[in-house]
Design a protein around this ligand. Sequence first.
Ligand code: ADP
Length: 445
Amino acid sequence: MFSKVLIANRGEIALRILRACKELGLKTVIVYSEADKNSLPVLLADEKVCIGPPKASDSYLNVASIISAAEITRADAVHPGYGFLAENPRFAEICENHGIKFIGPPAEIIRLMGDKQKARQTMKNAKLPIIPGSNEVVNSLREAKKIISSIGYPVMLKAVAGGGGKGMRIVHSSSQLEEAFQIAQAEAEASFGNPSLYIEKYLEDARHIEVQVIGDSTGKVVALAERECSVQRKHQKIIEETPSPAVNEKLRKKLLKDVEQAASAIGYQSLGTFEFLMDKDGNYYFMEANTRVQVEHPITEMIYDIDLVKEQIKIAGGEKISFDKNLEKRGHSIECRINAEDPENFTPSPGKIEFSALPGGPGIRIDTAIYSGYEIPPFYDSLIAKIIVHASNREEAINKMKVALETTTIVGIKTNIPLHLNILANSSFKKGDYNIRFMENFLKK
Ligand code: ADP
């Protein structure tokens, strides 16, 4: 096992990882940009190293600076969190080449899953149903037309290197195709430095269902109950819950078995999430796999009473998964992503938090790095806190979340708390009767 972990991230996830390391008796090093010098993870880590100016490309994405920081502080492991370098196979390799343990899957798995077209093909070979679409990268309009002639409109053009909801275009008819194809290619090039696209049938009324996977170096793989993440805006999740209101025990058993078998087939190690779209009849189709800790991991931790981040760190250190496949889940958990943004028009609202008072009590968990007086920098993601609740059933969980949100006070910036309260009060949401187009319809009203 390593002894000192460098945390190559910021905000709530850096703090989440820092606490896990401390509980495991590991020393911590935090790297940070000039914009984050007063952040909680920087104040609480054993050692800190400034790695550059605010812009992520000059700091949190600067591999050379991060590796130097690890060498100077003699850190023998790196935890990348989510975002930034978490799914960069080159970074994982460079860490390993420098004798620093990368806390995540082996680089070749990250590389394989990072190419979404290859991931589709691999999962198809591993017997997972995939969304109908292209079998290879689609390089020209002519190829695109050929594929669409077999699957029909509507379709989705997606970036092979995609992530964060970027580089995706819905196309409803042939008249829109040419323009959409060009825009999607340009967007993919600009966001990921790779214009390659692939095509999927656009599943309009589907739900986003995902499965948490954990694998260790002995080949043991465990899949945990699904998370429902269909409350999304612009393909970005806003609320997640587990279990899904649309998955019964029989379907869950089949889904988890399929995922376990597919993850085993590729020798999956560390934490990962297999994402699916599921139709009204409970048919699910593999969409992509994320090879990192996920923002919404806490809801799984709540229903199983486990610590996935500690588990991930221990597995990287060569230990086995500490629980069994028959681990029992309990009750219902929901997460609301609190963003520093105007709930009316979704524009970011960075700035100083003059005062904050966060909720608490039984079954309430807050993952955040904010405090009264903290200044939210304008350079990064707008996620500032995750409110997570756990109760014996869905109805109680919704009610608990409502009270938690109502008793949250954040002064100085705008947040999306009013939006969350409106969603929780929506009758379709309350019934569990919603899909990935929920927000689109909700915002129209
Ligand atoms: P990213 O990695 O950029 O987040 P994903 O492939 O995970 O992209 O897709 C994000 C979201 O986009 C999904 O949760 C879903 O709402 C929507 N989406 C993606 N593919 C399709 C599809 N084929 N049909 C309908 N919606 C889709």
